[in-house]
Design a protein around this ligand. Sequence first.
Ligand code: NAD
Ligand code: UGA
Length: 464
Amino acid sequence: MVKICCIGAGYVGGPTMAVIALKCPAVEVVVVDISVARINAWNSDQLPIYEPGLDDVGEEPLFSTDVEKHVFEADIIFVSVNTPTKTSGLGAGKAADLTYWESAARMIADVSKSDKIVVEKSTVPVKTAEAIEKILTHNSKGVNYQILSNPEFLAEGTAIQDLFNPDRVLIGGRETPEGQKAVQVLKAVYAQWVPEDRIITSNLWSAELTKLTANAFLADRISSVNSLTALCEATGADVTEVAYSVGMDSRISPKFLNASVGFGGSCFQKDILNLVYICECNGLPEVAEYWKHVIRINDNQKSRFVNRVVASMFNTVSGKKIAVLGFSFKKDTGDTRETPAIDVCKGLLADKASISIYDPQVTEDQIQRDLAMNKFDWDHPIHLQPTSPATVKQVSVTWDAYEATKGAHGICILTEWDEFKGLDYQKIYDNMQKPAFLFDGRNVVDTEKLRAIGFIVHSIGKPL
Ligand code: NAD
Ligand code: UGA
């Protein structure tokens, strides 16, 4: 029986291994993590992540903190640890911090007594496999290692359906007979449920660079459409109409063209910064600048949103209550990493607003921690974060949209949760200060209906 051990029980490791365990009954699947709290949560009724469909997958891998035992026993080791942006030293603010990856690799070399296939599941800079290979082979005690790159393309909120039905699975390996044999072993795992024509194989460096490129292209689409929102607002064009008509060109496609307050999430910014750094290191400053702009437009989109709120509310929100509906970086997840809500709330707090936040999946503790934390500090293992962060006093968190909006001067919708479409906006309006402002950062509300109630509605990229 083949044994798979995944190091890192996070948003990727947990769901991916649950699906492999379900689809490959002949494989023993174990997920290990150094975070005792995370493993305990996976083994409880309160899973550490909210992901639709995860509860129903059925087959559960074993979740364990006994990292060394399971790595020792495994034939295939997936490494799915976090690869955050470096916060200090060479490349700070851009380069990937591979500390967690390197310590996992050193531990693998330490405990292994039999040949292993080591799979890069984390998103890493191109050429990481070469560094990992060095660590493993220079510390090997006669053990043979094959490194594969198998980047993950799932999106949070749709992780289970993405894993069940991926557009493609990519496996990169060394172009040696041993490397190609390892590629076939991993391919056989995915072939249990993924049609063969969707399993792509390539060389290692292409696979590593594909992942960074795919995220850069996706984020680029959002920044492209977001860059036009101010122009739409100034001219009377409607960004939804523009994006719809542009997307009807099959070469462009209608997907991923929703204008927003800005993209968030743990990967787009981190991976583009990583790409920028790699370009700089390879003497390509123009290419680095090109991709940096995707992030600049995104930062500008968030500050533009804050400026619009303040400017529309008579140039001050000092002492005013602003209700924030939605804090996670997108709907159907409780994940707040790099959510645009953090920057928007910090911007409003800087103008001395008092903020009342409601999100169906994010706890008060998490929100307070996010608002107290410095940029880039978030993606370090949860056990290293303070358990009781300082509280930002002008922020309150409720478990009800009606409570959050009671007595508010304005509402900011920052996540596109479906439930925000069906709220009783007449009731909300009746309980607000007048004039009642609504800033829709996700273009989810029925603008005409809300204007008929009496709201002053500002949408993204739409005429007033
Ligand atoms: P995560 O922070 O949710 O999980 C990573 C886990 O690794 C943490 O629980 C941490 O405690 C553990 N860990 C760190 N070092 C360890 C070690 N040495 N030994 C054992 N465990 C260790 O991260 P994630 O969102 O699952 O992302 C993991 C990787 O996958 C990142 O490189 C990310 O860029 C990539 N990725 C993420 C997504 C996504 O949607 N979140 C999608 C595709 C790819
Ligand atoms: C993204 C990619 O979609 C995945 O393919 C990739 O595997 C993953 O990053 C990763 O490497 O981590 P994710 O960040 O989970 O997935 O979520 P997305 O659906 O891509 O959304 C990212 C952000 O863009 C969200 O804040 C979302 O609201 C925003 N977005 C998305 C828009 O503003 N407009 C859109 O049209 C689409």
